[in-house]
Design a protein. Structure first.
Length: 210
């Protein structure tokens, strides 16, 4: 919670240190949110896909994470796929991403429109998976580090939430599903910031006064 609030306020979160990738991490800790060497990014990605998969399974739609045999042109595969048709007689495949709202490449657009980084990320995903989209329904799922959702993520979460509500009778199902993912992002952010530290003992400095 301290890290989530600190990111919103721009408060100091860590002491200045060198990331495991060699980059200098300033007191705001923002570098960890997008550093490819930070283990927290992988945790955030995994937790989000698990939450999405559980939502499908809760409406009796079996899914498979990292489905074998579904590769795009560069050999990478989507994060998950339904094993039975989801809509219009086609199975659904999704790919989750969490663009960093505070990254220099996103700051200009993010300062003008909330969720712009997520929207761009989803557009890029659609382009990358265009080959599979002719057979499957492809759904990019982008949520920014500071919580902005992409339009496709909003659309699919509404579909899932609606089906869960129809099955359980709980009208707040969509809100609960989105809240679960929002918590996942914040947990992943905290882990990403901690993941920049070479010495795990220094993780006690996260969130402390500098």
């Amino acid at each position: 919670m301290r890290i989530a609030v600190g990111l919103r306020l721009g408060a100091p979160l860590v002491r200045t240190h060198s990331c495991i990738c060699g980059t200098k991490v300033e007191v705001d800790g923002h570098h960890g949110l997008s550093c490819r060497r930070s283990a927290g990014r992988h945790l955030r990605h995994s937790l989000a896909n698990d939450a999405i998969a559980r939502a499908f399974r809760s409406v009796d739609v079996p899914v498979e994470l990292e489905p074998p045999g579904l590769f795009r042109g560069d050999g990478k595969r989507p994060d998950g796929a339904t094993l039975i048709p989801w809509s219009q007689g086609r199975c659904l495949i999704w790919d989750f991403t969490c663009p960093d709202t505070l990254a220099q490449s996103h700051l200009l657009q993010s300062s003008l429109a909330a969720g712009s980084a997520a929207s761009v990320a989803e557009t890029n995903k659609i382009s990358k998976y265009s080959g599979l989209a002719t057979i499957y329904r492809f759904a990019p799922f982008a949520i920014e580090t500071l919580g902005g959702w992409g339009p496709d993520a909003i659309s699919l979460s509404s579909e899932l939430g609606g089906r869960i509500a129809a099955k359980t009778g709980e009208p707040r199902s969509t809100n609960f599903f989105r809240q679960r993912l929002d918590v996942v992002i914040q947990r992943g952010n905290a882990a990403s910031i901690r993941g920049t530290m070479v010495d795990s003992a220094r993780q006690d400095d996260v969130g402390s006064d500098t």
